[in-house]
Design a protein around this ligand. Structure first.
Ligand code: S5P
Length: 283
């Protein structure tokens, strides 16, 4: 049997165990020839919508930190959703839920952000215990049923990404935490779309995707990526290393793109670098 990470996204979309949402994401990657998620870490709604317009064609996912956008509002979410539909990318709110089930349900559905109403994906820590996944899935299902009743049509896809490994130096998200994420992903294949990880954490039968932050291209002329970081704990590796050598699926890139003079050209560099590494991996 061929390991999943050696198969094309097209083949993975059509595997029997792949959930409809995982299949949709795999097909989108194949269609846009992009396994790039932009970490849109900007300060204002205007900047957020501008990068979404500018880079929407090059990416498959746009990741937000809504609580770091100083003027976030319902209008921001509505406008971002409109751009995501027009430019065909998913929205991922990097909320990193980490509380008891009843609290995260409220944080997901209600509160000032109402994340579940506009984000297709959100991040979740497993360390409060596996019930956090069940609680969020229950909340997502309730919302979907309510939406289908009112609109009489299909509702938006929703899934979560469990933090199985982190890119930051000295991270304690290791060992038992990592294996609990894998176990939860196997138990909830329709809701756990993937894992945030630094390596291919899949067994030969697993369909979940691996999304990887801590990615940067080295400055021009530098080949060695072993000492790249931001001085605040973030550690970087190249798209080629994480996709080809580590077997990860989607690269998450923030400052590597946002700090460039020409963001479109820079995003295209990252897209191509990850795509070339992926093609080499499945060849
Ligand atoms: O382990 C992680 C998990 C995440 S989601 N390490 C990370 O850096 N992230 C997020 O990815 C982080 O919150 C930030 O939004 C992005 C990386 O940004 P960059 O500017 O360092 O590329």
């Amino acid at each position: 049997m061929v390991d999943r990470h050696r198969l094309s996204f097209h083949s993975r979309a059509n595997l029997p165990g792949t959930s409809p949402f995982q299949a949709q994401l795999c097909s989108l990657i194949e269609k846009k020839q992009s396994a790039l998620c932009l970490a849109a870490d900007v300060d204002t709604s205007a900047e957020l919508l501008q990068v979404a317009e500018e880079l929407g064609d090059v990416i498959v996912i746009l990741k937000t930190h809504a609580d770091a956008v100083e003027d976030w509002s319902k209008e921001t979410a509505d406008a971002l959703l409109e751009i995501s539909k027009r430019k065909d990318f998913l929205i991922f709110e990097d909320r990193k839920f980490a509380d008891i089930g009843s609290t995260v349900q409220k944080q997901y559905i209600a509160g000032p952000f109402k994340i579940a109403t506009w984000a297709h994906l959100t991040t979740v820590h497993i360390f409060p215990g596996p019930a956090i996944v069940r609680a969020l899935e229950e909340a997502a299902n309730k919302l979907r049923n309510a939406e289908m009743e009112t609109t009489n049509g299909p509702s938006m896809e929703r899934g979560i990404l469990l933090l199985a490994q982190m890119s930051s130096e000295g991270s304690l998200v290791t060992g038992e935490c990592t294996s609990s994420c894998i176990e939860a992903a196997r138990k909830h294949p329709d809701f756990v779309t993937g894992l945030i990880g630094q390596s291919n954490l899949r067994g030969p039968q697993d369909n979940f995707l691996i999304m990887t932050p801590g990615v940067q291209l080295p400055p021009d002329g530098q080949i060695d990526d072993s000492k790249m970081g931001d001085g605040l704990g973030q550690q970087y590796r190249t798209p080629r290393k994480v996709v080809l050598e580590e077997g990860c699926d989607i690269i998450i890139v923030g400052r590597g793109i946002l700090s460039a003079q020409d963001r479109v050209q820079q995003a295209e560099k990252y897209r191509l670098s990850a795509w070339t590494a992926y093609q080499e991996r499945i060849a």
